[in-house]
Design a protein around this ligand. Structure first.
Ligand code: GNR
Ligand code: NI
Length: 174
């Protein structure tokens, strides 16, 4: 059984920090990936970056599969992910973030990307992502760079969202 981390929320300054590369994927990093997956499934969410659980290394996990009863999980774990190619075509999708609870906004991103990374075994791997997975992997890599989806919005919309999260916290809804 993996431990569940606590997910931090805005305006925690750790969400604005740049995470540092891992030297290699060792047992400690694998244990972190397992615990991040458990935390993500529990939330529930389709992705989670290390910053969101107060860890500042370049590790993320994702699983966009709809998990009905009996379905196998199809987790993707990445260390040191790098976007090596992005499409000119743009995709707009409504995004949310576990660190900005209950707030959603449309975000424009390259429609597809290729990502190079170290996998759970520590081997070099590459993923081509489109659709929801493309938005998700870009959203997670942004977290590792201290960037949130609300940073792409106008300051008016961003501040509106930040105030709504504050209000939810005061109401103890979070
Ligand atoms: O659960 C999540 N859903 C989501 C939807 C659209 C684009 C990105 C995401 S990621 C988000 C979980 C999260 O906050 N990851 O950092
Ligand atoms: Ni997020």
């Amino acid at each position: 059984m993996s431990k569940n981390y606590t997910i931090i929320t805005v305006p925690d300054p750790l969400l604005k920090q740049v995470a540092q590369p891992v030297a290699r994927v060792d047992e400690a990093v694998r244990t972190q990936m397992d615990a991040m997956l458990a935390t993500m499934y529990n939330a529930p969410g389709i992705g989670l970056a290390a910053n969101q659980v107060s860890l500042l290394n370049r590790v993320l996990v994702m699983d966009i599969s709809r998990r009905e009863e009996g379905d196998e999980a199809t987790p993707i774990c990445m260390a040191n992910p790098e976007i090596v190619w992005e499409s000119e075509e743009i995709s707009v999708m409504e995004e949310g973030c576990l660190s900005i609870p209950r707030q959603y906004a449309e975000v424009e991103r390259p429609a597809s990307v290729r990502v190079k990374y170290l996998d759970y075994e520590g081997k070099e791997a590459e993923l081509k992502a489109e659709g929801l997975l493309s938005h998700c992997v870009q959203h997670e890599i942004d977290h590792l760079n201290g960037v949130l989806f609300i940073d792409y919005l106008s300051s008016l919309k961003r501040n509106m969202i930040l105030r709504r999260v504050e209000k939810l916290k005061k109401q103890a809804v979070l």
